[in-house]
Design a protein around this ligand. Structure first.
Ligand SMILES: *Cc1c(COP(=O)(O)O)cnc(C)c1O
Length: 390
């Protein structure tokens, strides 16, 4: 019988070396040796498994890839140096000049920049659609459309996109379905079960979960991962063995961390929803979220982030941020520490105010990545800061 998620996340380790170590060591080596010229030839030609050079593979990267493929329930996975190199690798591995891409508008800021400003240089065009409105998907479809890219829940607006509907649309229209699963992690949501061909991750976020390393990964069936691996081999955004080791270790605690992130975030969102000064609290599992029924269909819990606005708008928002004592102002998310950001002036400042409006980023929007601290301390920190705002 297939072992459960938690057990696989812990027990899928590299084989022991001769030292019989319990915890897998780090392999800080740029290259590997061969028994003889014939073995070297065979490994180079990928006829035999084995390591050649750490730009291609390394035992620590392979362990991380094997674990993630198992957790995402895919055939294979390839580790890359960051979430953005994972997104870029998925795009470069599968698109060429003349191709067209459909993308849900509410995607990560840098993903939006790649699609808007970089891919058009190579003649790859994108149409942005409302991920929550299937009518706009069909209208965007062109003869040369190759891919549908989306993120759910989205960063930072927490849009929920119906993965089952996108899966059916992509099957019908013969599009490659690529899902950025950064916010949910495979513990909460596995897009492959809804027809996704590739899943991308910023492992920097919940997968590390402790704000230490930057990393990324693309998972999918072997056929679709192979071109991404070739892109990595040739162009070199490789994950370092140390970062891969940290990330493999982090996966051992992913389930317990996610349970706490989700419980804390749900409790905080519900509490803030009842406060007089606060409006538009958004959390995927709150009944007031327009996508809550879909979220409950495709996610096992609501995730570790929520957003809200203060009735006092931008001025009140800035005062609120400046008076926090426990929560940190930082660009990261998915950390043990609760992190509060103001997307309009930071991650999404490059977007025009109209484009920000379209993806639900109002000037007063505040994003909270809820950490693992005790929820009582988080509530009192927010309360004391709110008291200073009014
Ligand atoms: C952070 C993030 C990325 C980019 O990941 P990096 O590791 O910072 O390169 C991509 N997608 C989403 C949803 C993210 O939150």
């Amino acid at each position: 019988m297939k072992k459960k998620f938690e057990t696989r996340a812990i027990r899928l380790q590299n084989k022991q070396t001769g030292e019989r170590e319990h915890s897998v060591p780090i392999f800080p080596t740029s290259s590997f040796t061969f028994e003889n010229s014939e073995q070297m030839r065979a490994v180079f030609a990928s006829e035999e498994p084995g390591n050649v050079y750490s730009r291609f593979t390394n035992p620590n990267c392979r362990e991380f890839e094997t674990k993630m493929a198992s957790l995402e329930e895919t055939e294979d996975a390839v580790a890359l140096s960051s979430g953005m190199s994972a997104v870029f690798g998925a795009l470069m591995g599968h698109l060429q000049t003349g191709d067209h891409l459909i993308c849900a508008r509410a995607v990560f800021g840098s993903t939006y920049q790649v699609l808007m400003n970089w891919l058009p240089r190579w003649g790859i065009e994108t149409t942005f659609v409302d991920g929550t409105d299937p009518m706009t998907w069909a209208a965007a479809k062109k003869k040369n459309s190759k891919m549908f890219f989306l993120e759910t829940p989205s960063n930072p607006g927490l849009d929920i996109i119906d993965l089952e509907k996108v899966g059916l649309f992509c099957k019908d229209q013969e599009l490659l379905m690529v899902v950025d699963n950064c916010f949910a992690t495979p513990y909460l949501q596995r897009p492959m079960n809804f027809g996704a061909h590739l899943v991308t991750h910023s492992a920097t976020k919940f997968i590390d979960g402790q704000g230490r390393v930057v990393g990324g990964l693309v998972a999918g069936d072997a056929e679709h991962v192979a071109p991404v691996r070739r892109f990595l081999r040739n162009t070199g955004p490789s994950l370092s063995p140390f970062n891969a080791w940290v990330l493999s270790k982090s996966l051992e605690t992913l389930s317990v961390r996610m349970d706490r992130h989700c419980n804390n975030a749900f409790a905080m969102a519900e509490w803030m929803d009842g406060l007089e000064m606060v409006k538009n609290v958004r959390y995927p599992f709150l009944p007031s979220h327009p996508g809550s029924a879909i979220a409950r269909k495709q996610m096992s819990q609501g995730g570790g982030l929520f957003t809200f606005e203060l009735k006092g708008g931008l001025v009140a928002g800035k005062l609120f941020l400046d008076n926090l004592q426990v929560c940190t102002l930082s660009a990261n998310l998915g950390d043990t520490r609760t992190i509060v950001t103001h997307p309009a002036s930071t991650t999404h400042h490059k977007l025009s105010p109209e484009d920000r409006q379209k993806v639900g980023i109002t000037d007063g929007l505040i994003r909270v990545s809820v950490g693992l601290e005790h929820v009582t301390d988080l509530k009192s920190d927010i309360q004391q800061s709110l008291d200073k705002v009014c």
